[in-house]
Structure formats: C-alpha cells, structure tokens
Write a protein that binds this ligand. Structure first.
Ligand SMILES: C[S@@+](CC[C@H](N)C(=O)[O-])C[C@H]1O[C@@H](n2cnc3c(N)ncnc32)[C@H](O)[C@@H]1O
Length: 351
C-alpha cells in the first residue's frame, strides 16, 4: 500500500465505524492519499487503524472521511490482561500531559475481552496517571481526554485529538431533502464512494447515474466541481433542488451514461441501476454496465479512479477490467437476502 517517510513520524490511532468490515479502512487510505498525506500503516484491528505519519492526517481525515469516528496520538497497546495493562500504563510516558487536567474513557468493540469492565480499565489508567504526574482528573472540563479501545489485539490508549461530525451526515438523510426517490444510498456511504474515487478538491467529479444527487452533494461538499447525469427527466431538476438545499451547485445533464457529453473527468463514483423493477426500462443491466464502463474509460483521465457498485453476480470487477481499468479493490455488501452489492474501485489505464 502505502507511502513511507520516517524522519519524525507521529503515531496515530484512528477509531473506525463498524458499519462495514473493509470500506472504512480503504476510505481512510484513499483520503490520505488524495490529500497528499504520507503515511505508513503500522497495524490494523477491528475498527482500529494505527498509522505513522508526519502530520496533517487528522485534519485530512476529519475534513473528508465518513467512516472515521475519532482519532489521536497513540499512547500504548497492552495485551488483554489486567497485570500487563497496569504494567504498560505504569511504563508509559505521560509527560505530554504537562500538568493539564484529564479524563479517561474506554470503549469496547464488539465482545472483545468481555471479562474486563471498561470502567475498571478507566480506573486503572486514572490512578496510574495521577500517581505519575501532577495532573488531576476533571470529568467535566478535562483539558486532555485519554481514550481507550478494547478490540482484537488488546487495549489501545490514545489522546482524543479530533472527532468527526457524525450529526452532519445524519442531518443529510435523503428523506430530509426536498426531492426524494427510493434507491438512494445514505450520505456516509455516498461520501465513501466519492472518497474511494480519490478525486481532489477543485477537480471534476462525475456521477453519470446521479438520480437525486446523493453522490454529487458529497462531492460538492469536499470541494469538487460536480457534474451529474441521469436518463430519467425528473432527476435533473430533482437533483438540482437537492444540491441547492445545501447551497451547492452542479452541472446536470439529461442523458444516457453510455454517451457522456464530457471531454474529461478526474474521478467518478456512481451507483448504476441493478436491473430490478423498472430501473433499466427493460434493458439488460449487463449491457448497460459494459457500455458505461467503456464510456467511463474514454472520459476519465489517465490515473483517475472509478468507484462503482453492481449486484455481485454481474461480476463488475471483470466488466471494468474488460473496459481497460485496473481493479484496486472490491468490497461486498449484503443489502438483503437476494441482493449483495459489489463495490469496485478501479483506475483508468491506457489500453
Ligand atoms: C440507483 S439510482 C442512483 C441513485 C443516486 N445515487 C441518488 O443519490 O439518488 C440509478 C439511477 O440511474 C438512472 N439510470 C438508469 N439507466 C440510466 C442510463 N442508461 N444512463 C443514465 N442514468 C440511468 C436511473 O434513472 C436512476 O436514477
């Protein structure tokens, strides 16, 4: 994966959402690469990613990522044993507190080390830090929050340096927009699609099956110039209304994604129809996808990425490869009993 430079790295712990087993990790890496933050992955655990970086990672992630909850400077990792945990806390360097007041909060991922209470762990940290430093506990107005997370691989402590705005995503729920149509992905997943396309601020982002504009909203919010297209006449004014609802603008075109009236785009993320119900007007969905992927290859700049979804049985990674893309990653997501979605991230290469 990853870019390394190691003059004076800072070790960061990122606490990820458990909403999907693989996308949150990929999204963080994509965001850091897109924002030009060099980093090296130290280790990966259930909902936890530890990286070395020279700085800027927290701001980059906070500004863009949908599936990061919070993060901060890594303090220590302990095996899931009370004795070892006490020793690790006793041996850690707490001088960064510099006399400031602190609070401790430990959370647990799933059922890891269930025998040990999180409050007990908080108590151990609190007592040791008080004994080793001049800092006092202040749960109301702590100047520094020490966070802990129990997951596979043990207990990890870090300082809480940033939290992402989870409420902002919730506030953009599709049903709260002026124009709604079923089949819209939620804003966090839409943002992750945009991030996986690795499109940068100021670049041109295209969603050729834009529907009500969910991906365009997320693309515009990260600072892209956004362009959307849909075959359904109703979607163009509908998506425009939705973007304006958030004070955003987009170029919107009525037309077929297999015939894009565009010279070039820097990144694309899209959720084409799945061939269920009336979504394809009777056309074979594999034919639509193959035609679209060829057109996406023509329009995307070399090195630009496409993030697309399709029912897993259509084998979309094979279809994008045939169109001249190099597949970077594929994630599977169960939607319901008869639909598993495959999410493919692919880079345009010259044929
Ligand atoms: C799953 S929905 C996309 C939902 C979208 N992400 C949103 O935020 O509302 C798929 C969209 O593709 C459109 N569509 C179907 N065939 C198309 C084609 N050949 N070219 C462009 N759009 C098409 C449908 O009208 C529908 O709005």
């Amino acid at each position: 994966m990853i870019l390394v430079r190691q003059s004076n790295p800072e070790r960061l712990l990122l606490l990820l959402s458990g909403e999907h087993p693989t996308i949150p990790y990929s999204e963080v890496c994509a965001v850091l690469q897109t924002e030009g933050v060099e980093f090296h992955q130290v280790s990966r655990h259930d909902q936890v990613l530890i990286i070395d970086t020279e700085g800027g990672a927290g701001e980059a992630v906070k500004g863009r990522a949908a599936y990061v909850m919070e993060g901060g400077r890594f303090i220590l990792r302990s095996e899931p044993s009370e004795l070892v945990f006490e020793r690790c806390c006793g041996g850690a360097d707490w001088s960064f507190l510099e006399g400031r007041s602190f609070g401790v909060k430990v959370t647990r991922v799933k059922e890891y080390w269930r025998e040990m209470g999180t409050q007990e762990l908080q108590g151990i940290v609190g007592e040791i830090v008080k004994g080793e430093t001049d800092s006092r506990v202040d749960l109301e107005g702590a100047e520094v929050w020490i966070r802990g997370v129990v997951t596979d691989g043990g207990v990890f402590l870090y300082t809480l340096d940033f939290q992402t705005d989870r409420r902002a995503f919730a506030a953009r729920r599709p049903k709260t927009r002026p124009y709604f149509h079923p089949g819209v992905l939620d804003p966090k997943l839409s943002r992750a699609f945009v991030n996986l396309s690795r499109v940068k601020r100021g670049e041109v982002f295209l969603d050729p099956f834009c529907g009500t504009g969910g991906f365009l909203i997320e693309g515009a919010l990260v600072g892209c110039r956004v362009c959307g297209m849909d075959l359904d006449m109703r979607m163009v004014p509908g998506a425009r209304r939705n973007l304006r609802h958030y004070g955003l603008e987009a170029d919107l075109i009525h037309g077929d994604a297999r015939n894009l009236p565009l010279r070039t785009a820097d990144g694309m993320a899209t959720d084409p129809p799945y061939g269920r119900g009336t979504s394809t007007r009777g056309e074979n969905v594999r034919t639509i996808l193959s035609g679209f992927f060829r057109e996406a290859h023509r329009v995307l700049r070399e090195g630009g990425c496409l993030c697309t979804a399709a029912p897993i049985e259509l084998n979309p990674s094979e279809l994008v490869k045939r169109a001249g893309f190099k597949v970077h990653e594929e994630h599977s997501m169960r939607v319901h009993k008869s639909l598993t979605r495959s999410i493919v991230v692919a880079e345009r290469q010259s044929r």
